[in-house]
Design a protein around this ligand. Structure first.
Ligand code: ADP
Length: 316
């Protein structure tokens, strides 16, 4: 099982990741932990990341992508992993897609822990107090000032991933404001449902070896395609294509008329002109319609997204 845990600092990703690790026997890959280890060890990556992290900034994408690419190669990640703190930006998510694809791996789900911001500061303050009480070193970025920077980064850079994975029908949103055990139970329900549907697909595939693609996966792909292109955009695009064909035909006709008799060429050209002009206008109109339609907000995207969220959370 390969999962991503998404949520702002203090949402409880680390706590929930540990439960998932125990239940599913997969490893937790936290870029925050890895970077802190690198800082502590004084590696070249650590030296680059140290000040950025202390200020609540984001370490450059290529560094974290490199770390994750190496880490998922290790034997303990073969059974699956849960990514905590990665991806944090859309380019990181795109790099992860590419990485997984190149290894023939797929992502099972992205679990978003949704919390209200007012609670986050209180949670981090409690975390600091508890760490101090245990005599542990407090993270350099666990201060109210740096936390607000981390939150701002989350909103600006990471929150777009909610739409990114919603469109890919991978997102399950969980209410992170509930008690820890309740959140754990909600996540468990989502993951169990995922396991069930995977098992169903496997058994269906075993029964019908010829049918490579299930109806559901085809339907999902179609829906996502329709949502991102916009049905109307597609229609207009088709019209433009037809119009383009007409131009080609008219041009051919003109050539034909010109070709047989050099002497009558002028006449032929003249008669072909209006047809070509008409077809060209049709193309322009079609193209305009297509571009207008594609720049219109795709209403279906929101619908599809809402449907996915409902589907995943309902299961959960
Ligand atoms: P948080 O509690 O804010 O989720 P993490 O332990 O995940 O903190 O990360 C701590 C810091 O490490 C971040 O504020 C950031 O500076 C850096 N970091 C961790 N993961 C990433 C990432 N995927 N991309 C860029 N920077 C990262």
């Amino acid at each position: 099982m390969r999962l991503i845990l998404l949520g702002p600092p203090g949402a409880g990703k680390g706590t929930q990741a540990q439960h998932i690790v125990q239940r599913h026997g997969i490893v937790q890959l936290s870029t925050g932990d890895m970077l802190r280890a690198a800082v502590k060890a004084g590696t070249p990556v650590g030296l680059k990341a140290k000040d950025i992290m202390a200020a609540g900034g984001l370490v450059p994408d290529e560094i974290v992508v490199g770390i994750i690419a190496d880490r998922i190669e290790e034997p303990d990640a073969r059974n699956g992993f849960i990514l905590d703190g990665f991806p944090r930006t859309v380019p990181q998510a795109a790099a992860l897609d590419k990485l997984l694809k190149s290894k023939g791996l797929t992502l099972d789900a992205v679990i978003e822990l949704r919390v209200n911001e007012g609670a986050l500061l209180r949670r981090v303050e409690t975390r600091i107090a508890e760490m101090k009480a245990r005599g542990e070193a407090v993270r350099a970025d666990d201060t109210p000032e740096v936390l607000s920077q981390r939150l701002a980064n989350y909103r600006a850079q990471t929150e777009p991933l909610i739409d990114y994975y919603g469109e890919k029908r991978k997102l399950a949103t969980i209410d992170g404001m509930k008690a820890i055990e309740e959140v754990t139970a909600d996540i468990k329900r989502v993951l169990d449902a995922l396991g069930d549907s995977a098992a169903k697909i496997r058994s269906r595939a075993a029964r019908k070896p010829a049918a490579k693609k299930t109806k559901a996966s085809k339907g999902a792909k179609k829906a996502v395609k329709a949502a991102s292109a916009g049905r109307t955009g597609k229609k207009a695009g088709k019209k433009a294509k037809v119009a383009k064909k007409t131009v080609k035909k008219a041009a051919k006709k003109a050539v034909k008329k010109v070709a047989p008799k050099r002497a009558g060429a002028k006449k032929a050209k003249k008669s072909a002109k209006p047809a070509a002009k008409k077809a060209k206008t049709a193309v322009r109109k079609g193209a305009k319609k297509a571009s207008r339609a594609s720049s219109r907000p795709a209403k279906k995207v929101t619908k599809t997204r809402a449907k996915t969220a409902r589907r995943l959370t309902k299961r959960g």
